[in-house]
Write a protein that binds this ligand. Structure first.
Ligand code: MN
Length: 256
């Protein structure tokens, strides 16, 4: 019935088309594929390139998202294409809302980072809480200065120690990766102030990963020393926290 009625309807096409002429931008059918291609080509390649970039930058996405690089002197997070053969470590004393020491280990083009409220110890009996924070760029290893108040991490940053490190079982990146994934990083530091074996052990706690930094019992262990109290100047510039803070404030004032 329905089919019959439909089939018997008069051919409306010519008249219909004349009456409902599509708007100019829809009219010219031959040009549509060409225009489609022109429009879709950049649309298709741009997200693809962006996706590739964000895949590459994933380890530093959190770092970049937290910072306004027009306001802070900290370096923007990028991953270098060339990798050095030796792995760097750095410890930055950071007087932010709470004083802490940022412990950073180079791995796969970024600095894996932990905030240690009490700083490192030379005593193997002492376990220092190390809260894992976002990966930092390797270029952060030379950063010393002040982050403006009100910005993320606002406060003074001192280069407290730096050097190289190896994993205890052969120094391959893979063994470090495995140790990191397993939650037990056994490393040997070759710094100016910290040397010898340390272990970073992840605690089984929910939420943000918390680790413990423990000095291993070796020739560099020394329970009688308080290295954090002993060393209060920059390993790079010899400045105190106070002079770093003052130096940066005055150089900022010149620009404003
Ligand atoms: Mn910090």
């Amino acid at each position: 019935m329905f089919f019959a009625a439909h089939a018997s309807m008069p051919p409306r096409k010519p008249a219909g088309r004349a009456q409902t002429r599509p708007p100019a931008h829809e009219r010219s059918e031959p040009s549509t594929p060409a225009r489609k291609a022109r429009i879709e080509k950049p649309v298709a390649t741009k997200p693809a390139r962006k996706a590739a970039d964000s895949r590459k930058a994933t380890p530093l996405t959190a770092y970049n998202a937290k910072r306004d690089f027009t306001r802070t002197d900290e370096p923007a997070g990028t991953i270098p294409r060339k990798r050095a053969k030796v792995l760097q470590f750095v410890i930055q004393k950071h007087e932010a809302s709470h004083l802490h020491f940022d412990f950073r280990l180079e791995l796969d083009g970024v600095m894996k980072s932990w905030a240690i409220p009490k700083g490192p110890s030379l005593d193997p009996a002492v376990k220092r809480l190390a809260m894992e924070v976002e990966d930092h760029p390797i270029s952060y290893n030379t950063f010393e200065g002040t982050i403006p108040q009100g910005e993320y991490g606002g406060g003074t940053v001192m280069l407290w120690d730096r050097g190289t490190y190896i994993s205890d079982d052969g120094s391959t990146a893979q063994s470090l990766r495995d140790g990191y994934d397993r939650g037990e990083l056994k490393i040997t530091l070759q710094g100016k102030r910290l040397r010898g074996g340390y272990v970073l052990r992840r605690m089984k706690r929910p939420g943000r990963p918390q680790w413990l930094l423990i000095k291993r019992d070796d020739a560099f262990a020394d329970p009688t020393r308080d290295i954090v109290a002993e060393k209060t100047t920059s390993v790079a510039s010899r400045r105190t926290m106070d002079s770093i803070a003052k130096g940066n404030r005055s150089s900022k004032a010149k620009h404003s």
